[in-house]
Design a protein. Structure first.
Length: 319
């Protein structure tokens, strides 16, 4: 039994640790906003089972603080499942005032019933399984089944299968952890209890709980793969967007280059035209000066016209 309690606690503690450490920030999936509650359940309930193991080793009642802490961690852990189930169902199916207040009603009812009981620790522990464990685990199982349908419609069949495995394991766990309790003098604890279950099956109920815990941990750990898939999809989309922007920018730069080249060619043609016209005009002026020089009678004027003509021809050659 010590080994069973150790494996039982280790499975849930591993579940809590893996979920708590797994990167989920920025995810668009609804489960990412609430799965930390499952991590809290795993860590707290794993601790509770190890406290139960401690009591089995050293005997219940020898360390009252351990007994008290074990009593507190049991309802505390299942409260996390109640909040997880109700929050995820509301995120998937829409807001519901009933589900919003259900966790507080269940916790208050358990607290009041425990306070009014004669044997607070024992009766409170049994009632925590009836009033918190069973509803919380069933709500969690239903919430995971809803997620299974969501991911199946999205084409993620493998992830959907892991959700089914986790949901089915939680459903069985609701029976073993929520209905099979220590023996008490009130129904149904007087019938569905550890002793009668052991007599009927020959196996302690904690072994079945540990098996469910292992399947739950495996299923939920595989479900976390959706965040890797989402990250890869985001990266691929970002790379595709970057490639599109690069192609658009390349196209814009090519168009700008072509435009500049066209503008340069137009300016070159314009400059050639200007040069040609200036050269023609200078030649025309030189011809007029030559004509005027032939009609001039004074040698001085002829020399002046000839000098001007030579300067204009020099300008023509330089241009």
């Amino acid at each position: 039994m010590i080994t069973v309690f150790f494996i039982y606690g280790l499975a849930f503690f591993t579940l809590g640790t893996v979920i708590a450490l797994y990167p989920k920030k920025g995810s668009a999936f609804a489960i990412a906003r609430h799965i930390r509650l499952v991590a809290a359940f795993g860590l707290v309930h794993g601790t509770h089972e190890w406290l139960e193991m401690f009591e089995r080793i050293y005997g219940a009642g020898r360390f009252p603080p351990v007994d008290l802490f074990s009593f507190i961690t049991l309802p505390f852990s299942f409260s996390f499942l109640i909040f997880f189930g109700t929050k995820l169902i509301r995120s998937t199916k829409g807001e519901s005032p009933f589900l919003k207040w259900l966790p507080f009603v269940l916790i208050a009812a358990w607290g009041l019933s425990t306070a009014l009981s004669a044997d607070t620790l024992r009766t409170g522990g049994i009632l925590s399984r009836y009033m918190l464990a069973a509803p919380g685990i069933l709500l969690t199982s239903y919430a995971l089944m809803l997620q299974k349908n969501v991911f199946r419609k999205a084409g993620l069949q493998t992830v959907s299968t892991h959700f089914s495995a986790a949901a089915g394991a939680f459903l069985l766990y609701a029976f073993f952890a929520g209905l099979i309790v220590p023996e008490a003098d009130f129904f149904p604890a007087s019938v569905l209890n550890y002793a009668n279950f052991l007599d009927a099956t020959g196996v302690p109920v904690q072994a079945f709980r540990a098996l469910c815990a292992l399947v739950i941990t495996y299923g939920m750990a595989r479900v976390l793969g959706i965040f890797d898939w989402e990250t890869r999809k985001t990266v691929i989309k970002a790379l595709d967007d970057l490639e599109i922007r690069v192609e658009e920018r390349t196209s814009e730069l090519k168009e700008a280059k072509d435009k500049i080249e066209r503008s340069l060619r137009e300016k070159e043609v314009l400059l050639q035209e200007i040069h040609h016209r200036i050269k023609n005009n200078l030649q025309l002026i030189s011809s007029l000066l030559s004509l005027q020089a032939r009609h001039a009678e004074d040698a001085i004027y002829k020399e002046m016209f000839r000098e001007c003509q030579n300067r204009i021809m020099s300008m023509t050659f330089v241009h």
